[in-house]
Design a binder for this molecule. Structure first.
Ligand code: GAR
Length: 208
């Protein structure tokens, strides 16, 4: 049985999709804890209602990024996770933290990486006249929003789209894609070969 810790900062809808899939598809895994860096993150209620340990570690109480990440690591490791899942966790991570969880930390980012790292991805894609937008699940490295790509979801831009319509359509696909990617990991179906993720499940790593 694999142990998963999920980090959130807010709504937690991707976390919710993962928790639901883990239960309904009977994964060989359990969600050991959901941790938020923001007090009052909406997703904490859902996790608590589902019997998952919830914790808040407010980054504002720490003097430096290093001090926060060191304490976060200590708290996470108390749950001995096999996999750390970032689900809308809006923090830049220190190299020491990312090294500690190398090849066992996944993130979802709302763009077709390597395009549009950082914030406001859909608005920037619209400004650039992109005809497709999407989201990417990737292993986390010290390089922000880089790291080996596990899966990608793509949606076409249609007339009249704005940031909120695009993010709503992409989010629907995020909720399908992220649980699949996490499941591949817990079932031992992901390998990074020469920096590229190979998946032995037979399913497509592209979602649309
Ligand atoms: C998601 O769209 C996710 O891709 C994005 O934040 C949202 C979180 O929603 N992540 C990032 O921007 C990370 N840089 P959720 O809290 O409802 O899962």
């Amino acid at each position: 049985m694999k142990s998963i810790v999920i980090l959130i900062s807010g709504r937690g809808s991707n976390m919710e999709a993962i928790v639901r899939a883990c239960a309904s598809e009977v994964w060989p895994a359990r969600i050991a804890a959901v941790i938020s860096n923001r007090p009052g993150a909406a997703g904490l209620d859902f996790a608590a209602r589902h019997g998952i340990a919830t914790l808040v570690l407010d980054h504002k109480g720490f003097a430096s990024r290093e001090a926060f990440d060191a304490e976060l690591q200590r708290v996470i490791d108390g749950f001995s996770p096999d996999l750390l899942v970032l689900a809308g966790f809006m923090r830049i991570l220190t190299p020491s933290f990312t090294a500690h969880y190398a090849e066992r930390m996944l993130n979802i980012h709302p763009s077709l990486l390597p395009a549009f790292t950082g914030l406001h991805t859909h608005a920037r894609a619209l400004e650039m006249g992109c005809k497709f937008v999407g989201a990417t699940v990737h292993f986390v490295t010290a390089d922000l929003d880089h790291g080996a790509i596990v899966a990608q979801a793509v949606v076409p831009v249609i007339a009249g789209d704005d940031e909120s319509s695009l993010s709503a359509r992409v989010l629907k696909l995020e909720h399908r894609m992220y649980p699949r990617a996490v499941r591949w990991f817990v079932e031992g179906k992901l390998a990074i070969v020469d920096g590229v993720v190979r998946q032995s499940d037979g399913e497509a790593q592209a979602f649309s």
